[in-house]
Design a protein around this ligand. Structure first.
Ligand code: NAP
Length: 485
């Protein structure tokens, strides 16, 4: 079995960022295990029409690799993927990645991680999971789903051999993905039926093309793009004040959302269907100028009755009076999100025969700083528990985490140590603090059900406050928080 100092799982932003920082810290003895055939992670996989970032592009790049060429305020999927490929080329990372290497098992032997993949086996001193929270499509548990005879796929597995032209298309889901692809599908389809369980808040997407003049100024004027990034960063932090500290600020956003709904949907029945009934931000805020007009079009229908089953020809719903309707469809698209509360990688990582998933099932999903788990030595997470954001760019969090991991490696190397894991009491106190801080937030008490919350209503996904607080927290590596051996 080949041995490496560090094995990184995933070649998306997290994994590639880690590879760059490992090289820059003088480390050469590592591999990146990628289950897919190419680099890019979520931005390689999600290719549905309209796929774009809903976080401003100026903050959606590595801080050490700004991109002067972003085309718009909000970057599109193909250009984000192209950016990542460019960065990988610049840092010569491709050769360090083993493709089609799906990790099937990773066991701690007491001194190393034994890693089985579909492309071979390795041992590693340190395992870094850069698998992302939104990587495993979630398929709804609807009776008869597999009996559907038309075309069906998940939004993260878009079937590009299929075209909506002339088709009667059904869509399940009204989240960030659906809001982006629904207008494209509606334009082409014979009919669009949107099955909505919950109406979300939709705000205008203020998206401008970035002129050639601006792009060239970003290249020529030293510090200009960094200044713009700082301004965009600061502006993007502001909604957090509403989400966490003062909900009156959210009323301004809710007013904008209601105005958009009134302006774009004239049918009062449809308008009521689309009106959200929870505080802005409780679920991720959707940005679109085209979603409501698509749903108000003549060929579109929004169905709010409960889905009871899928049959070979379509979807069966039931209204409040128990009356059933079969919606005949040629295609059914599942915009039903990802398995965030049960990360598949946690089922594959084990210590003493017990998986991390079992451990988290017992004690709730948590990690010190979202990065390391007590009882799981030499394991680090990127985008681990309570480090996702409802308001700003997760790349800020990822970079802070990568630096933390590199500091941990530095400590091991400097002191000739072999293993590091969080102290159980420190992790417990940390988790209790995060959960306390989340209590007053709109994500916990804004009156909605979301994938941020686990089955006990515990928010295991989001960071509770400003991103600069997290970055500051991770900057000083506190060896006393860890058990070292
Ligand atoms: P999502 O937000 O989890 O939305 C899933 C949708 O499917 C929800 O509307 C949900 O309804 C519905 N659903 C699930 N199971 C259902 C069932 N059995 N019956 C009826 N409806 C069902 O997933 P997503 O839209 O893919 O977005 C996931 C996350 O990916 C986002 O929050 C965001 O963080 C990220 N994302 C980011 C971007 C970006 O631009 N950066 C773009 C796309 C996605 P309920 O609301 O009732 O649960």
């Amino acid at each position: 079995m080949n041995h490496v100092r560090v094995a990184v799982i995933g070649a998306g932003f997290s994994g590639l960022g880690t590879a760059i920082k490992l090289v820059q810290s003088g480390r050469d003895d590592f591999i990146v295990l990628e289950r897919g055939p190419d680099l890019g992670g979520t931005w390689r996989v999600n290719t549905y029409p309209g796929c774009a970032c809903d976080v401003p592009s100026q903050v959606y790049s590595f801080s050490f690799e700004l991109n002067p060429d972003w085309s718009h305020t909000y970057a599109r999927q193909p250009e984000i993927q192209a950016y990542l490929l460019r960065v990988a080329e610049k840092y010569d990372l491709r050769g360090r990645v083993v493709f089609n290497a799906d990790v099937t098992d990773a066991q701690w032997t007491g001194s190393v991680w034994e890693i089985e993949t579909t492309a071979g086996s390795w041992t590693a001193d340190v395992l870094v999971a850069g698998t992302g929270g939104l990587s495993e499509p979630s398929f709804p548990d609807i009776p008869g789903l597999s009996s559907f005879q038309g075309t069906t796929f998940h939004s993260a597995e878009w079937d590009h051999s299929w075209t909506a032209a002339g088709e009667r298309v059904g869509v399940i889901g009204t989240g960030s993905s659906a809001v982006q692809f629904v207008p494209h599908v509606q334009r082409e389809a014979a009919s669009l039926t949107l099955f909505q369980r919950t109406a979300s808040w939709v705000l205008p997407r203020i998206d401008k093309e970035i002129s050639d003049g601006h792009k060239s100024a970003y290249r020529r004027v030293p510090g200009l793009q960094r200044l713009v990034r700082a301004l965009v960063y600061t502006r993007t932090e502001i909604p957090l004040i509403g989400f966490r500290y003062d909900r009156r600020i959210l009323k301004l956003g809710e007013k904008m959302g209601r105005k958009l709904l009134e302006e774009q949907v004239s049918d009062p029945v449809l308008r009521e269907k689309l009106r959200p009934h929870f505080d802005l931000g409780c679920k991720r805020v959707l940005l679109s100028n085209h979603y409501y007009p698509a749903l108000a079009a003549d060929n579109a229908d929004v169905v709010t009755d409960r889905i009871v089953q899928v049959v070979s020809t379509g979807v069966v719903t039931e209204d409040a009076a128990g009356m059933r309707t079969t919606h005949e469809l040629d295609a059914l698209i599942l915009g039903t999100g990802f398995t965030v509360q049960d990360p598949p990688i946690a089922h594959k990582i084990s210590v003493d025969g017990a998986t991390l998933a079992e451990h988290w099932k017992r004690s709730g999903m948590s990690a010190l700083h979202g990065v390391a788990v007590s009882g799981f030595p030499n394991l680090f997470f990127l985008m681990g528990p309570n480090t996702a954001l409802g308001h700003n760019s997760v790349l800020l969090m990822i970079e802070a985490q990568i630096d933390h991991v590199v500091k941990a490696l530095d400590l091991l190397d400097r002191q000739g140590l072999t293993a590091i894991e969080p102290r159980a009491d420190v992790q417990e106190a940390y988790d209790a603090r995060i959960q306390r801080e989340l209590q007053p937030t709109v994500w916990n008490s804004g009156g909605c059900n979301s994938w941020y919350l686990d089955e006990h209503g515990r928010n295991t996904v989001l960071w509770p406050t400003f991103t600069f607080t997290y970055m500051r927290q991770l900057r000083d590596f506190q060896a006393s928080e860890y058990v070292l051996s």
